[in-house]
Structure formats: structure tokens, C-alpha cells
Design a protein around this ligand. Structure first.
Ligand code: ZN
Length: 290
């Protein structure tokens, strides 16, 4: 993911740190990793999952938090308390309750679709420097760096999904996100979108890439030629800013030279077009994105 490239110190950078750690883990074949999932049991019961790992024997829910300072869990009072290094106290809805609720939600959601696999939940502290006053009793909690070992040592389980079943489960989850009903990260973390760094950013060094004559994207900084950077940058838009993108927005966000370049980029993407040009807008096409 290229989000790190936007160089914003905010909570979601924790998700990126953990993404990187997940790459160190050797998951069973056919494992699928889904991000920022929102599912619904009924209109009044919606739950969100930061990262969902589907392996042949289990689903692992990661709730990822990046805190600085000291964290206290007040499970009985339903609050998580953050005390910054200079003594400033903030209270949040209990992250443990959130995670238990997501686990129970996922169990019911899968049961309704006849998927029956074990669910593990892990509260992940992405910041190694977070001080923890206590360890929660009801959920597993660890620092990001402990994840590879913990996950690789999870006990073997019998009941298992075939590759086809995992694919079907992942696809049903993605199709259930009928509309983009998540809060864009800029809203969630109160980031001004104007502060984001625009452009197609190099995955290796985060510099802005430019299109060469041969129409390949190239990073002058590290010399890398890009394949997936455009698609990732477009995906970042939806994650960060809003659920639709217009030709003009695409041109500005990716620092493209013309509306023509933007429309070519959008048409070549896997996004779904709504409406006719020049008024068309594009949305994520989940059926093709899985
Ligand atoms: Zn580069």
C-alpha cells in the first residue's frame, strides 16, 4: 500500500505497519486477507473489521491501534483510556468491546451463510512504544512485532475450508459491502485532504512517479518502473477521501497532465463507471476487485 507515502502521522499508519508485518508471515496456501470490512447482520447491527485473515482453518480478526503514551483498559466501565506523555487524558469507547462485538458479528454473519470456522481475535498495538497499564482478560493483545510468531504458533485445527470455499466466503464478504459505507480515513482521523501528497507514488521510495514516453510509470528517485502504483493510488483515494471519483478529481489526485490522461486512466482501471461522460463518476467495483 502506498498510504504511508502520504506521510501523515495518524492512526491508520498503524494499519500500514501491521500490513508490512503480515508480509513476513507464511500463511497457508489460499489464505485471503481482507481490509476495512464493514458487515451487517441487520440494519441496526453493523460491525467493522480492520483486517480479516481467512485461512483454511480459521478467521483471524485484527483490531489495530496505534497509540502513544499509556493505555488503560476499563472493561467494566466500557472505556479505553489514553494518557499522553504530558499527562493529557482521553477516553474512548472500549476497544475490547469493539473487538468482541466484531467477533460475535462475524460468527453470526458466517453462520447465516453456513460457514463454520474458528475465529481468533487479536488486538494489535502497532506502536511498540505504547505503555500498557494492564493486559485485557477477554481478548488476545500484543504488539505488532509479536504477530508473526503468535500466528504461526496458533494450534492446528481440523475443520477446514477448501480453496473454493475460502474464495466464496471472501467474495461474499466483499459483495456484501454493497455501498461504500465506511468513513473515509480523512474524515475518521480529521485529516485535511489538502495536506495529502498527490501523485502516483513509488512503492519503494514514496516519490512521485512520472509517465515516460513508453507510457510506463517511472520513479526518477530510485529508478523503479511501476506496474501497480496507479491502481493503488486510485484505491487510496477511496480509502482516504470519498466513495466516488470524477475525471477532474483523478487528474488532480494523480497529478495527471490532462483530462484525457485521467479518462484513459479511469477507463483502464477496474473501477465501475456510473453515468455518461462528461458527467460520469467512478466507484470501486468490488466484484472485480476481489
Ligand atoms: Zn522510487
Amino acid at each position: 500500500m502506498t498510504l504511508k507515502a502520504y506521510q501523515i502521522e495518524a492512526g491508520y499508519s498503524g494499519e500500514l505497519d501491521v500490513d508490512r508485518i503480515l508480509h513476513e508471515i507464511e500463511f497457508p496456501r489460499d489464505t485471503k486477507i481482507l481490509k476495512n470490512i464493514t458487515l451487517q447482520i441487520n440494519p441496526l447491527y453493523t460491525f467493522q473489521i480492520d483486517t480479516l485473515i481467512l485461512t483454511p482453518t480459521r478467521a483471524i480478526i485484527l483490531e489495530i491501534k496505534k497509540y502513544s503514551g499509556t493505555i488503560q483498559f476499563d472493561e467494566a466501565g466500557g472505556k479505553t483510556i489514553k494518557i499522553s506523555n504530558d499527562g493529557f487524558v482521553e477516553k474512548f469507547d472500549c476497544v475490547i468491546h469493539q473487538l468482541i462485538r466484531a467477533k460475535e458479528g462475524l460468527r453470526r454473519w458466517m453462520e447465516l451463510r453456513n460457514f463454520n470456522i474458528h475465529i481468533d481475535e487479536i488486538l494489535v498495538m502497532a506502536n511498540q512504544k505504547t505503555n500498557l497499564d494492564s493486559i485485557p482478560e477477554t481478548v488476545h493483545m500484543m504488539y505488532g512485532k509479536q504477530l508473526p510468531r503468535y500466528i504461526s504458533e496458533l494450534p492446528e485445527l481440523n475443520s477446514s475450508l477448501s480453496a473454493q470455499e475460502i474464495k466464496s466466503l471472501a467474495s461474499q464478504i466483499m459483495k456484501s459491502q454493497v455501498t461504500w459505507n465506511q468513513t473515509p480515513l480523512c474524515v475518521k482521523y480529521e485529516i485535511n485532504p489538502m495536506l495529502l501528497r498527490n501523485g502516483v507514488l513509488c512503492h519503494s521510495c514514496n516519490e512521485v512517479m512520472y509517465r515516460t514516453q513508453g507510457r510506463k510509470w517511472h520513479c526518477a528517485q530510485c529508478g523503479k518502473y511501476g506496474d501497480h502504483e496507479v491502481a493503488h493510488s486510485l484505491h487510496d483515494w477511496f480509502l482516504l477521501i470519498k466513495p466516488t471519483i470524477s475525471n477532474k478529481e483523478c487528474m488532480d489526485f494523480l497529478l495527471l497532465k490532462s483530462k484525457f490522461a485521467a479518462s484513459t486512466t479511469l477507463r483502464k482501471s477496474s473501477l465501475k463507471r456510473i453515468g455518461n461522460p462528461p458527467a460520469s463518476i467512478y466507484i470501486l467495483n468490488y466484484k472485480r476487485d476481489i
